[in-house]
Design a protein around this ligand. Structure first.
Ligand SMILES: [Zn+2]
Length: 216
């Protein structure tokens, strides 16, 4: 799954588990946690293989243990945001070492990136995230002149970097393997553009608040 799908589904799953506390959910944090397991892409130089320990429940349970101890239930939606990355996204579109270190086998449905199902899932996630954020008032919060929205710069940067990497290094996606690839590619590119524009607008609103602070 692309960063697009990981981010929008992180929001959808976290919002579902946040319940009434939704108004206080830090959306930029949720979006960054949604892609956090892919930190292993930067650890290749250290011999770390993609989809291994950073895509396991055990690893993130240990990472979250201090937060569970201090914040208890309030940290759960954030754990869900990171767990859905490998228990939902990469589990369907790929396969992961989800039970590391207890099992070093890869589990998942192994659907390919840019397959019909992948693009359908990512698009559905984007639409669901838009709908849920509208009804839960997160959309209004993210587009208001609020200093917290400055943090949207992080997921924005991550999206831009991932798009750059994919544009340069496309062979990792078997583009020609699918008859529908052109329509699917167009759809996924449009999805990326929509999310990037939204994150940019939100970041801009954060910047406006910062500007107001210095020029009241
Ligand atoms: Zn991943």
């Amino acid at each position: 799954m692309f960063f697009l799908g990981h981010m929008v589904w992180a929001y959808v799953w976290a919002a579902m588990f946040a319940g009434k506390r939704n108004g206080k959910l830090s959306v930029p944090t949720v979006l960054m946690l949604g892609i956090a397991p892919d930190i292993d892409l930067f650890l290749r130089g250290f011999g770390v293989l993609h989809h291994t320990f950073t895509h396991s429940f055990f690893f993130w349970f240990i990472m979250f243990a201090p937060f569970f101890a201090v914040f208890r239930g309030r940290s759960f939606p954030y754990f869900v945001a990171v767990a859905q990355h490998f228990a939902f996204g990469d589990f369907i579109v790929g396969n992961v070492m989800i039970f590391w270190p207890f099992s070093l086998s890869y589990f998942g449905f192994n659907m390919a990136m840019l397959s019909m199902l992948d693009v359908a899932l990512e698009t559905a996630g984007l639409l669901l995230a838009a709908g849920i954020s509208y009804f839960k008032e997160d959309l209004r919060r993210m587009l208001s002149i609020d200093i917290h929205n400055l943090l949207m710069f992080l997921p924005l940067l991550a999206m831009l970097v991932s798009m750059l990497v994919l544009a340069v290094d496309l062979p990792i996606v078997p583009l020609v393997a699918y008859i529908w690839s052109r329509k699917l590619l167009t759809t996924i590119v449009l999805g990326h553009i929509v999310l990037v524009i939204f994150l940019a607008l939100s970041t801009l609103q954060g910047l406006r608040r910062l500007f107001q602070h210095f020029h009241p």
